[in-house]
Ligand binder design. Structure first.
Ligand code: AMP
Length: 335
């Protein structure tokens, strides 16, 4: 588990800063804040107004790496920012809600959730499978997207995934790679490395690699050519099977933010005669709202549109007679 050894023994999550007025009031910065297997911040260290009130929920998010900032901003956008602005501790209570956030290694999140150390957690879908944790995926979060790909040196004669049969494949994700290659009918010799997997072929350690790719720049820089994707990953919210109802409620709240991020609210004015043509252009299943304007023969049309379609939509709306077009972000979306 993540965390250093506490003086009293046993790994734990430490606050790592001088005692302050919020949750670590024991005067000992190395004392455990949350012990493995317990799942809650010490009762006496919780904000008083929440301690006696609603059931508290703990969520683990990555302390470092590419999933840290987007995980923290998702919580902040959902109203679960740290109680102390600019909080950099490894565990902190949130303002507005009885939620405690624990920052741990992304790779440890699946076990923390499985073992009940926390009620839910955010990490990459790839890490959930790699760790073989028995957890439920409560929500796909729309960030941290990447694919697990097999790649070979540019000059290699290997052309397809099928050509990898019987060859040596270096990877940081041995369990996931073995499972996916096996599902594709391929048995390879897996060489487990702990980092810098891209150099394994050049060092003669392997014929190919299996690694996570987002832009493909790292592969190109290292003279590697992708043979194709084995798995598509993104950040996910995890809960324990049959776990806390609070975790499912939190998933609902985060879903409203995740859905809203991919939508925009469109407002425009148009002559009545253009309404049919404009309504046909607006994508999505829901009928737009149509509001009469004070100016005779003119209407306002409001609709939710996918953010990704906006650039295609605007010139078509103008050409169809729309004017005073406004596109605004959406904060929350509930079905
Ligand atoms: P990190 O802590 O920065 O090593 O990243 C951990 C997680 O970030 C991975 O397990 C993936 O879920 C996700 N991720 C997104 N894009 C990439 C990428 N290009 N390479 C590695 N991990 C990525």
């Amino acid at each position: 588990m993540g965390g250093r050894e506490a003086p009293g023994g046993g790994a734990s999550v430490h606050r790592g800063r001088p005692p302050g007025p919020s949750i670590d009031r024991d005067g000992d910065t190395r004392r455990p804040l949350a012990a493995p297997g317990r799942g809650w911040l010490p009762a006496g260290d919780r904000p008083a107004e929440a301690a006696g009130g609603a059931e508290r929920l703990t969520i683990a998010i990555p302390a470092r790496g590419r999933l840290r900032e987007p995980s923290a901003s998702l919580l902040a956008d959902a109203g679960f920012g740290p109680e102390q602005p600019g909080e950099r501790a490894l565990a902190f209570p949130c303002r507005n809600a009885p939620v405690d956030v624990l920052l741990v290694r992304a790779a440890d999140v699946p076990e923390y959730v499985q073992d009940g150390v926390v009620d839910c957690g955010i990490t990459g879908a790839d890490l959930v499978l790699e760790r073989g944790a028995k957890v439920d995926e409560l929500l796909r979060l729309g960030f941290g997207s990447c694919t697990l790909e097999a790649a070979v040196p540019e000059e290699a004669s290997i052309c397809t995934l099928a050509d990898l049969a019987g060859l040596r494949v270096a990877t940081v994700y041995p369990r996931l790679a073995r499972q996916l290659l096996h599902e594709g009918g391929l048995e390879c010799e897996l060489v487990q490395v702990s980092g810098a997997v891209e150099v394994a072929p050049r060092l003669g350690l392997a014929d190919a690699i299996v690694d996570l790719v987002s832009s493909g720049n790292t592969l190109r820089t290292n003279g590697l050519r992708s043979l194709g994707a084995l798995f598509a990953s993104e950040a996910v919210l995890l809960g324990r099977p049959g776990g806390a109802a609070g975790a499912r409620r939190l998933a609902g709240i985060l879903r409203s933010v995740v859905d809203a991020r991919s939508a925009r609210y469109l407002m425009l004015n148009a002559p009545e005669s253009a309404l049919e043509a404009i309504a046909e252009l607006v994508p999505g299943s829901r009928a737009p709202s149509v509001i009469p304007l004070a100016e005779p023969g003119m209407l306002a049309l409001h609709a939710l549109v996918p953010a990704a379609d906006v650039w295609r939509l605007l010139p078509r709306l103008e050409a169809a007679g729309a004017s005073s077009i406004l596109i605004v972000p959406v904060e929350r979306m509930l079905a």
